[in-house]
Design a protein around this ligand. Structure first.
Ligand code: FEO
Length: 396
């Protein structure tokens, strides 16, 4: 399908939707698909900025040739060497053998490892400039947003930032590609899920990148996934800034693991008591039914986290253990925490939850609560303090 989708000046969007892939990185669910964005600048010199995932690239070369209008491709700029963006390098090089690949020192190490590339390279450093004719590109090294080689390309002529994974979102396009063509707030949840799953663990590096870009006028932001921002680029910058500063909203996630319903009863009771005390945003999530991807995103969103688990062979329920391990790995900022557990003959879950909170440095709003067997109408009141302390802390 050949048609042009101009971004600005001689810049064109040349991406693709992917609604077939079930799991991004073979981990993260894609209920609404994902889009891969690449961009062509058709100036006196021509430059393609990133490529797309090869699994949806059946007509990409045709579309690229159509956009080039009989010109050759001079440069391929690799802002990010992960295969969902760099996977087409081999095919593109076959089509355009005189192409020069633009990246930084770390990019080339990765490209060498993946594609055996050692020639046709132009190495750029922070602040280097590439003149295409009317468009003048400047490079900004922004390591670890998301891999160590990640960099951004800024078109100083039209003030367009090609940001790589930064400012990206899950979700395939439904007609609109630009933020002014859609109800962009509908992307916020998928953008936060993308952020928390993919780049959130490098939040300090996101903050460094934002500081580096602070003085640049940003008329348009072109990420590699999700909407192109030309009406309200400040909105997505604000989202990423808030999330990477770990600024949670006043609400609580109550996540539980339950075999026969006791821990679930405690979760429901605690959530109810928190609601009675005026906290409106509460999510009660069963870790056995809610994919880790969504658990992380919701935990990232709110200030409070209450984790509860039944004891399973003296340990945590395996699904809760997975969540705890991932939280320890990505460390989503500072939270107000609570823990509860159940057991049948001896405990174990509570100890592990407390250790997790300690390692995360998340202070407990109140003492851990543990119930043996069924949390009947008498025993359940042992949860009251936890709920009250959490509600008070959130409302502060
Ligand atoms: Fe979209 Fe880090 O790749």
């Amino acid at each position: 399908m050949n048609f042009q989708i101009p971004v600005s000046g001689q810049i064109y969007w040349i991406g693709e939707n992917d609604r077939r892939k079930r799991l991004f990185e073979n981990i993260w669910p894609l209920p609404q698909g994902v889009a891969y964005n690449a961009y062509l600048i058709n100036d006196e010199k021509t430059a393609l900025i990133d490529t797309i995932d090869v699994s949806v690239a059946d007509d990409f070369l045709d579309r690229l040739a159509y956009q080039l209008q009989n010109k050759s491709l001079d440069y391929l700029i690799i802002n990010h060497a992960e295969p969902d963006h760099a996977g087409m390098i081999g095919l593109i090089l076959k089509q355009y053998p005189n192409l020069r690949i633009v990246g930084n020192k770390k990019t080339f190490k990765i490209l060498e490892a993946y594609f055996g590339l050692g020639e046709s390279l132009i190495e750029v450093k922070d602040g280097d400039v590439l003149e295409l004719g009317r468009h003048r590109l400047q490079f900004y090294m922004t390591p670890w947003v998301h891999w160590p080689e990640t960099m951004m390309t800024y078109d100083t002529t039209d003030q367009v930032l090609f940001s790589g994974d930064a400012f990206g979102a899950f979700g395939a396009f439904e007609g609109g590609i630009f933020d002014d063509e859609m109800l962009v707030d509908r992307y916020e949840d998928e953008a936060r899920r993308y952020f928390s799953n993919i780049v959130g663990q490098y939040s300090n590096m996101v903050q460094k990148a934002l500081a580096k870009l602070q003085s640049l006028p940003l008329r348009t932001i072109c990420p590699t996934h999700g909407p192109v921002w030309r009406e309200a680029p400040a909105k997505v910058v604000g989202w990423y800034d808030r999330w990477s500063r770990y600024e949670g909203l006043p609400g609580v996630v109550v996540a539980f693991a339950s075999m026969y319903g006791s821990a679930e009863k405690m979760a429901d009771y605690i959530a109810r008591k928190i609601a009675e005390q005026g906290v409106r945003e509460i999510r009660v999530l069963d870790v056995s039914k809610t994919h880790l991807s969504f658990l992380l995103s919701e935990i990232w969103k709110y200030q409070g986290v209450v984790l509860g688990s039944c004891t399973y062979n003296n340990e945590l329920h395996p699904m809760m253990e997975t969540l705890c391990n991932k939280l320890l790995h990505i460390h989503p900022g500072n939270k107000i925490a609570g823990v509860f557990g159940t057991y049948s003959w001896n405990g174990g879950a509570i100890k592990h939850l407390q250790q997790t909170m300690e390692a995360l440095n998340w202070p407990l709003a109140s003492e851990a609560v543990e119930i043996q067997g069924n949390p009947d109408s008498e025993k359940i009141h042992s949860c009251d303090n936890l709920a009250s302390a959490m509600a008070s802390a959130i409302k502060k």
